[in-house]
Design a protein around this ligand. Structure first.
Ligand code: SF4
Length: 291
């Protein structure tokens, strides 16, 4: 009989729960007007679909917003220009930006005001980073890979750093080890959020004790992808999936201990369905062979 273990911290973080509650509440209190979320509220198609059925479908740009409607800003936040655009279109804004993302935006602004060359360690295309650049007035350089800190162009030797909330702590340490020798003054706000750290630590602990790790969450979810990386680094055979049916019978062969974790935008029920799928496959394929 295989042992299927769930990471101690996995699935929805409080920032995502708060945002989903805000969407549901808005659909109930703004029934008379169109309600839309600016971008999918989380990286989970089923949840996005169920919110659309409640009355909050997704738009990609404010240009698609019906007049007089209510627009919901998702956890990743947006640049100040987006609020201005919403105001000029006379839209009502419900702001579900995670307070920990607001903190990154404020720290970025502070560093620019204090005369630091702002460096954001994160993914340049991620909406959170794009929003943060906007709050810094566009005065920011984004570094995506730790080793790029060796060569990134620095306008002066007084450098300030903020970090995308869902980055990996070990990558941040590596990035800073390359950056620090190039600066006369370096001010760092480690803005990786606590739920991300807890999920990474729990995934790391579990990955050390199992042969196979299954990481559940959107393929475009930054924090889920980083969880998968952390598990691989610990030597577990790791699979990143979005749906229970993606679990293949062959993944279980010889694995006595299987770990399951999920990104911060993955609902608990989806994780439970993945575990149920593993149990189902296990009945068809008892533990016999070895890895
Ligand atoms: S992952 Fe962190 S920053 Fe993002 S919504 Fe959750 S708590 Fe907020």
């Amino acid at each position: 009989m295989r042992n299927i273990r769930k990471a101690v911290h996995a699935g929805y973080c409080w920032g995502v729960e708060r945002a989903i509650d805000m969407v549901i509440q808005t659909t109930e209190t703004h029934k008379e007007v169109p309600v839309r979320t600016l971008g999918p509220i989380i990286h989970n198609p089923q949840v996005v679909q169920s919110l659309a059925e409640k009355g909050a479908s997704t738009i990609d740009s404010l240009d698609e917003m019906p007049a007089g409607g209510t627009v919901i800003i998702r956890t990743h936040g947006v640049a100040p220009e987006t609020y201005q655009q919403a105001e000029s279109k006379k839209l009502t804004v419900v702001d579900a930006t995670c307070p920990l993302v607001t903190l990154v935006q404020n720290r970025a602004k502070q560093l620019v005001n204090e005369g630091y060359h702002l460096v954001i360690f994160g993914n340049a295309k991620h909406p959170e980073v794009i929003g943060t650049i906007g709050h810094a007035g566009g005065h920011a350089t984004v570094v995506e890979k730790p080793e790029d800190a060796r060569t990134v162009k620095l306008a002066n030797k007084k450098v300030g750093v903020v970090v995308q909330t869902t980055q990996e702590t070990e990558r941040l340490s590596e990035f800073l080890s390359y950056l620090a020798p190039r600066c006369k003054e370096l001010k760092v706000f480690n803005t990786i959020c606590n739920p991300t750290i807890e999920r990474q630590d729990a995934a790391r602990d579990l990955a050390r004790e199992v042969q196979v790790m299954i990481v559940v969450g959107g393929k475009n979810s930054s924090n889920t992808r980083h969880l998968a990386t952390v598990c691989k680094q610990e030597g577990a055979i790791t699979y990143h999936i979005e749906e229970p049916m993606e679990v293949e019978p062959g993944w279980l062969v010889g694995a006595q201990e299987i770990g399951v974790t999920a990104g911060a935008s993955t609902p608990g029920w989806l994780m439970d369905h993945v575990i149920a799928r593993i149990h189902e496959l296990e009945q068809q394929q008892p533990l016999t062979a070895s890895l």
